[in-house]
Design a binder for this molecule. Structure first.
Ligand SMILES: Cc1ncc(COP(=O)(O)O)c(C=O)c1O
Length: 399
């Protein structure tokens, strides 16, 4: 997944443009900036690549989720449905605006189970937030049908699946809003950064204003701009955006390498009796950032994961035991451990996750191992890796 592996001269040239002009901020300083508007340039390139009318580039993927929710008017006490398998940023962004994260089960796509989503809807539900984890997507047609029926917003977290598609559309562009991260371990990086995309002009304008303290961005005098509503600062710097300008041009090159490496690993593992693969919904194409596979039992998966590490196969993940990506280890959420006091709406509305039953998610996550797909592996390295994985998994399944 990491674009930073192929980081080079194009990125340096873009950053040097910014350093030469001395304008590190994305707004204002028109006279000084020597025609360089890196964040704007990145927004144009990104919205074109993602086939949406608008893109707002932001300081992180977490910022993108928070701004996306705010831009659609989601607030205190509103319920947002999210999966048990994701990154903590999902509930962080929801809690940040006083809304309530409603966790629901995943299925063999490793993303939201549409049946579980339908069951979780209440009169306070406003958003369904699928998270396209590890390079592949949720069943978006089923989720969209639910959203249409209940008048809910479909907000796609495509942070880990940039470049994947569903029914021919780039992931993130199918729902009402889509969010991306350009942090240091994503397929393309800005160092730190993120973006939201949408075809809805109101959401876009709200996002543009909200992420810059409510500035309406009318005219050329920042101090004289008005503030139609309260905002915050989720701006990206020009330095970070400059890196993104170089990386976005290389996205398709990175995706092609990812697919090539993935295919070698996948074809090797397909020959092992007892290994099955994550289901990709009909009409979907992965971005190939991870190879995700199931072993027959939780015990086998945990043991094989350990054996892979011991055999020197790096960057394999057993999410079931992971502190950041699976609900089992989110005690800080379940116990609401925070530095300050939470809004009443959250205290009153948050389900008692201590008593929740996510055994359906456990069935899949307990059996899942994910291998990161690196761009920098040489053909020799990826072949050796495939060989080592096959040997270790086969031995593990025989034990
Ligand atoms: C699925 C998902 N959503 C959101 C984020 C947050 O992105 P960022 O690190 O840019 O805040 C991440 C980052 O790992 C992620 O994996």
């Amino acid at each position: 997944m990491p674009g930073f592996e192929l980081f080079g001269e194009a990125e340096k040239a873009q950053v040097n443009d910014v350093l030469d002009s001395g304008v590190l901020m994305r707004y204002g300083f028109d006279g000084m900036r020597n025609g360089h508007w890196k964040a704007k340039e990145l927004e144009k390139a990104f919205s074109e690549r993602m086939q949406t009318k608008y893109a707002q580039v932001l300081s992180s993927g977490t910022a993108a989720l928070t701004v996306a929710l705010q831009s659609a008017g989601i607030g205190a006490g509103d319920e947002v449905i999210m999966p048990t398998f994701t990154f903590v940023a999902s509930f962080e962004s929801i809690l940040a605006i006083g809304a309530i994260p409603v966790l629901v089960d995943i299925d063999d796509t490793l993303t939201l189970d549409p049946h579980a989503v339908a069951k979780a809807i209440t009169k306070r539900t406003k958003v369904v937030m699928p998270v396209h984890m590890c390079g592949s997507m949720a069943d978006l047609a089923a989720l969209k049908a639910i959203c249409t029926q209940h008048n809910l917003l479909l907000l796609e977290d495509a942070c880990q699946a940039i470049g994947g598609t569903y029914q021919g559309k780039p992931l993130g562009s199918y729902g009402d809003l889509g969010c991306f991260s350009f942090d240091y371990v994503k397929t393309i990086t800005c160092g730190e950064g993120g973006a939201l995309i949408t075809n809805n002009e109101t959401y876009y304008k709200n996002a543009d204003h909200y992420s810059d303290h409510g500035h309406d961005h009318v005219g050329t005098d920042r101090g004289a701009e008005t503030h139609p509503f309260l905002g915050y600062n989720f701006r990206i710097s020009e330095l970070n955006a400059a890196v993104g300008c170089a990386q976005v041009k290389r996205l398709d090159e990175f995706l092609a390498i990812q697919k090539q490496q993935y295919t070698i690993l996948r074809e090797a593992l397909e020959g092992i009796d007892g290994v099955t693969f994550r289901r990709v919904p009909k009409g979907g194409t992965e971005n190939y950032s991870f190879l995700n596979f199931f072993l027959p039992t939780q015990e086998k998966a945990r043991m094989v994961h350990k054996a892979l590490g011991a055999a020197g196969v790096d960057a394999c993940f057993y999410w079931y035991d992971n502190n950041w990506h699976y609900y089992r280890k989110w005690e800080h959420l379940t116990k609401l451990t925070s530095l300050g006091k939470f809004p009443k709406e959250i205290l009153d509305g948050l389900p008692d996750y201590g008593k929740a039953d996510f055994s359906k998610s456990d069935v899949w996550m307990g059996r899942t191992i994910s291998s990161l797909v690196k761009l920098s592996w040489t053909p020799e390295e990826v072949k050796n890796r495939a060989h080592l994985m096959v040997r270790t998994i086969t031995e593990g399944l025989q034990d």
